[in-house]
Design a protein around this ligand. Structure first.
Ligand SMILES: C[S@@+](CC[C@H](N)C(=O)[O-])C[C@H]1O[C@@H](n2cnc3c(N)ncnc32)[C@H](O)[C@@H]1O
Length: 284
């Protein structure tokens, strides 16, 4: 990383990270999703499609690793909720075999609309079939990708708005406590410091029943996300602080793994040093 980039990242780290900035990121993502769905892709869009594919393919690997871990650890139950799901459902394909009900929640209306379009198989919904095929392969082709997608559509019961900065992130809805909370790359992007990381973790996990499980995936030591022309700051979560925060919030860590970043592209989209995977049980 050049000295100038490091300096600029440090400046970003000092800035407060607002929801507006995250919304911008999400809107950019949703806009790209729309572009990708167009029939006549221009060269620029094709390039962006390739970048997004690579990014999502990385996430698929990350999410599958998490979910395989969950299977190995026997995590299953009645209800799983994904908070900060973005416009994506691929992270839930494997989970649909271990839970009877899935709730997907995100902060922005636009993401929720994308989620609903996919759930209800509406025209113009984002096409995740390539990713579903990849997940299927990683799962050992026990089901076809079509069966996997259909099963997920059946298992999703609600798409809700959420705000993890609120004590009850689903307010005004009060949810019957759930068995599992999945949250990928959300908290470290919304919080601004250690204090707010712990606060938002506590808010989110208030929906879990005692003995329920948290599955959390986060970028480590990331100070910036580059989305097109936007440079969006992120809280540089460390491995040691993540452990402390989980224990202080009342969790017993069952699985804690860091995959070092392998992104050596000349223009990386983030400056994270690794991806953290956590499976933790809410203490009684
Ligand atoms: C980096 S994206 C991650 C999306 C998805 N989980 C994934 O793995 O690709 C962060 C997500 O957090 C959501 N978000 C932003 N502010 C939030 C808030 N206050 N409460 C809950 N989610 C929020 C955004 O809308 C966005 O979908």
């Amino acid at each position: 990383m050049s000295k100038a980039t490091r300096k600029s990242n440090t400046r970003l780290r000092k800035k407060h990270f607002s929801n507006d900035k995250l919304n911008m990121l999400v809107d950019t993502l949703a806009a790209h999703a729309e572009e990708i769905n167009q029939q006549n892709l221009k060269r620029e869009v094709q390039q962006r499609k390739k970048e997004i594919w690579e990014e999502v393919a990385r996430n698929v690997s990350a999410v599958c690793t998490t979910l395989r871990t969950v299977k190995d650890c026997g995590v299953k139950g009645e209800t799983l909720i994904d908070m900060g799901a973005g416009p994506c459902t691929i992270q839930l394909l494997s989970a649909a075999n271990s839970f009877n009900e899935i709730i997907v929640a995100d902060y922005t209306e636009r993401n929720c609309r994308e989620l609903e379009k996919w759930w209800k198989n509406e025209p113009g919904a984002f096409d995740f079939t390539a990713f579903a095929k990849r997940v299927c392969e990683m799962e050992g082709n026990r089901q076809t990708w079509i069966e996997m997608e259909e099963n997920l559509r059946r298992t999703i019961k609600q798409v809700l708005r959420c705000d993890i900065t609120k004590c009850n992130p689903l307010a005004p809805i009060v949810l019957t406590p759930v068995d599992c909370l999945l949250t990928n790359f959300c908290t470290e992007n919304v919080c601004t410091d250690e204090k707010s990381f712990c606060e938002y973790l506590k808010n989110m996990t208030s929906v879990l029943k005692p003995g329920g499980h948290l599955i959390l995936t986060a970028l480590l030591e990331c100070t910036v996300n580059i989305m097109g022309k936007h440079r969006l700051p992120s809280f540089p979560l460390t491995e040691s602080f993540a452990r402390i925060a989980l224990i202080d919030t009342g969790f017993a860590i069952r699985y804690f793994k860091v995959l070092p970043s392998t992104d050596d592209s000349p223009e990386p989209l983030t400056d994270h040093t690794g991806i953290l995977f956590v499976l933790a049980r809410k203490e009684l």
